[in-house]
Write a protein that binds this ligand. Structure first.
Ligand code: G1P
Length: 308
């Protein structure tokens, strides 16, 4: 897809809303940001940043809050650590440390002082985004795929222009956890969207095709966000502002290739650790053995209780 649409600017910036409290992981997140929880060997935020880097993003905008300083430290150059590792001859560890540097003048931070919703968090980044399209990466949503999810989206965006969200089909009873699409047409990969509803009850949901945490939006979204209208849960919702762009600009949902894990929940986070660690060249084989051992124990227990 090498013919970028002339009317639409390229996506160079990504916004990472990271001000959330992470109450579902207390007490682990009492002082540590939930985005620092490790998925195998790197924190959740690093998985999101690496996905954006692989998609060609040049500017990384964190919307942070109190007690989130560790996030910016994580992506900084750490000379003392590197000196110590060098003195000990641990070049492999130095290489690992360097994978999480964001280049100088590529990381920008702003704060969301009050938890007024995802739409408000994105509005807080408006000055740093300026008048160009941008991506949003929700670090809670981790996608295991051959081609990074945002890269897939940008390739399609370069053909369609406008706005795009990553989507997946969810069980009908789960629509109340997601932004849900009202679909105009659907070719099995790209769905053209005629409406969006935030967290509808299953009976009211226009479909089961739901937004997961990757977005490409045009800067006109900020005009809608700045009205500070509240929606589901009394929060300023990005979904409601996006719905207002429909009809004025193209809006598509992309069924990306890959498996998404909800790392905002404990069970989803643990499943992600299992899936990612199975693919880890250093520990994958031993993790597989451990899972087999536990599966055998579970099966034996079930067989025993049938006998009782
Ligand atoms: C947010 C969005 C929702 C989207 C979801 C994806 O909800 O508001 O539209 O479907 O992320 O994970 P949250 O999970 O923050 O409640």
């Amino acid at each position: 897809m090498s013919h970028p649409h002339t009317k639409w600017k390229p996506v160079r910036k990504a916004v990472f809303p990271v001000a959330g409290l992470g109450t579902r992981f207390l007490p682990a997140t009492k002082v540590m940001p939930k985005e620092m929880l490790p998925l195998v060997d790197r924190p959740l935020i690093q998985h999101a940043v690496e996905e954006a880097q692989a998609a060609g993003i040049e500017e990384f905008i964190f919307v942070t809050g109190r007690q989130k300083e560790m996030l910016e430290e994580h992506f900084d150059y750490q000379p003392e650590l590197e000196r110590t590792l060098k003195a000990r001859g641990k070049q492999d560890m130095i290489d690992k440390v360097r994978t999480c540097e964001i280049g100088e003048s590529q990381l920008f931070l702003t704060r969301q002082a009050r938890p007024l919703g995802l739409g408000h968090a994105i509005w807080c980044a408006r000055k740093l985004v300026g008048d160009e399209p941008f991506a949003i990466m929700l670090p809670d949503d981790v996608i295991l795929s051959d081609t990074p999810c945002l890269k897939q989206m940008i390739e399609h965006y370069n053909e369609t222009g406008g706005n795009m969200v990553a989507v997946m089909d969810v069980p009908k009873e789960d629509t109340s956890k997601y932004g849900v699409l009202d679909v105009e047409s659907d070719d099995g990969t790209l769905a053209s969207i005629k409406g969006l509803v935030e967290k509808p009850h299953p009976e009211d949901a226009p479909s089961t095709l739901s937004v997961i945490g990757r977005y490409i939006l045009q800067p006109e979204i900020f005009g809608h966000l700045s009205k500070f209208e509240t929606g589901a849960g009394g929060e300023i919702q990005i979904t409601d502002a996006m719905a207002k762009l429909i009809g004025t600009q193209p809006f598509h949902g992309l069924r990306y290739e890959g498996e998404r894990y909800d790392c905002g929940s404990r069970a989803g986070f643990i499943e992600a650790n299992i899936a990612f660690s199975l693919r880890d060249p250093e520990i994958g084989a031993s993790i597989q053995k451990m899972i087999q051992k536990h599966a055998l124990a579970i099966n034996a227990e079930a067989a025993y209780s049938r006998l009782e």
